[in-house]
Design a protein around this ligand. Sequence first.
Ligand code: ADP
Length: 281
Amino acid sequence: SVVVVGSVNLDAVTVCERFPQPGETVTGVSVAFGQGGKGANQARSAARSGAATVFVGAVGDDGAARTVLDSLAGAGVDVSRVARTPGSTGFANVTVDGAGENHIVVVPGANASVRVDDAARSAIADADVLLLQLEIPLPAVVDAARAAREAGTVVLLNPSPVQPLPGVLVELLDGVIVNRDEEKALAEVVGRVPHVVTTLGGDGARATGPDGTVDTPGFAVDVVDTTGAGDAFAGALAAHWGLPPAERLLRANAAGALTATAAGAAAAPTVAEVDAFLAAR
Ligand code: ADP
């Protein structure tokens, strides 16, 4: 089973022909609401990959809270450990113009108040794998990792958005899941973590661990939107951590590739969809 301690947002994506100038109003073409936040996206992917998955995070006391929790629960994620805090749920306001350029405003909202309480600690202790990102306060990330280490739960970190990592956190990590940019920015840290999984976009992924290095080539797919592909990869990898390295890497790579074939950040495939995709290759 997997515990994700991280962020959850309501995403609103509006499409317009051209961006408004300051002070100007334009008429948009469409709007769509979705669930986002790296933590929630990765939890959704882990659950759809077949792992019993608990999400630990925080939502506000607004209407967005119900929307994002229903969405996560609908994907099979246990949301009983999500805290309700006064104020707004995390929110990402995305505007896309006719050329596909975007403007994004992210309001952390309740994500800024995520804490690891006793209920979260016990969920972490009961899990096989803890999956973390960096869209919540660093003390919560460190607390979660420490609780996992004490209980023998595997600790995986997707260090995104990338930032310097305190040594105390690095020492608690069993593995990192990084894209090329994060690997470069954290080169010194990456050298100190037992398992390093690097996603290579359309070129697939590579995993280096105590037993050596495995590569999995990219899948040739019709790419629609790569948003969320990295999150789908991370969630699937955590869900399949108990499999041999080559097998979990292949399944994570398939989950990432399939996510790139659909619009939206929350498009992670189910284990059945991944099975069908792999069987057809
Ligand atoms: P991020 O989006 O976090 O920067 P990557 O671009 O490395 O991460 O993509 C994460 C994973 O998503 C890849 O390892 C791969 O499995 C899948 N993926 C991303 N882009 C493509 C693509 N163009 N074709 C096939 N798979 C892709």
